[in-house]
Design a protein around this ligand. Structure first.
Ligand code: HEC
Length: 153
């Protein structure tokens, strides 16, 4: 064996071990469908809108809060076909899921009302209530939702 090959060998072995280890790790990841559930897009928008509200609160820009809060209260829904899938999966828990969404709607509506009155403290209280209800639904359903719709298909 010439010198070049000799010196290349360990690197080649190292590379192939590293690559196969990498492939094994990649393979162990849950299979992700290329197409995310529409609910994820709805949630991302909710996250962005809530973030925009915190910015507006910091600037005491109540007019902007009054504009953003109804977008949170009346957020988009996944298409009917996906809603059926989710409701079917939820079964008896469907009313709890819907209830959490309704509480978000109520709290965000209160936030809009407080913002129209330029009542900063009430805006902040309603914001907190909104976020608490986001969290309540996530704590009950988010993990199992991801398991069901992303890791099992
Ligand atoms: C009725 C239940 C429910 C309510 C209420 C809810 N969420 Fe979610 N949220 C979910 C579920 C389920 C997921 C997981 C969806 C997924 O990963 O596809 C999720 C995921 C998210 C994500 C992560 C999206 C991503 O890209 O992984 C964000 C951000 C989010 N929600 C924001 C919010 C905010 C902000 C609110 C309140 C204004 C809210 N959610 C209220 C059920 C809810």
């Amino acid at each position: 064996m010439n010198m070049i090959l000799k010196s290349c060998l360990p690197i080649g072995v190292f590379l192939s071990i590293t690559l196969s280890a990498f492939a094994a790790v990649a393979h162990a990841q849950p299979v992700q469908d290329e197409k995310p559930m529409a609910l994820r897009g709805v949630m991302e928008q909710l996250g962005d809108d809530m973030q925009a509200v915190t910015g507006a609160i910091s600037h005491e820009d109540w007019a902007l809060v009054a504009e953003l809060a109804p977008k949170i209260a009346n957020h988009a829904e996944p298409p009917a076909e996906e809603r059926v899938k989710i409701i079917t999966w939820l079964g008896a828990e469907a009313s709890k899921f819907r209830g959490a969404d309704l509480k978000v709607k109520e709290a965000a509506t209160e936030m809009a009302e407080a913002a129209k009155q330029a009542d900063g403290l009430d805006v902040i209280a309603a914001f907190s209530k909104t976020q608490q209800n986001c969290l309540a639904c996530h704590q009950s359903f988010r993990q199992s939702f991801i398991k069901k719709f992303y890791e099992n298909r």
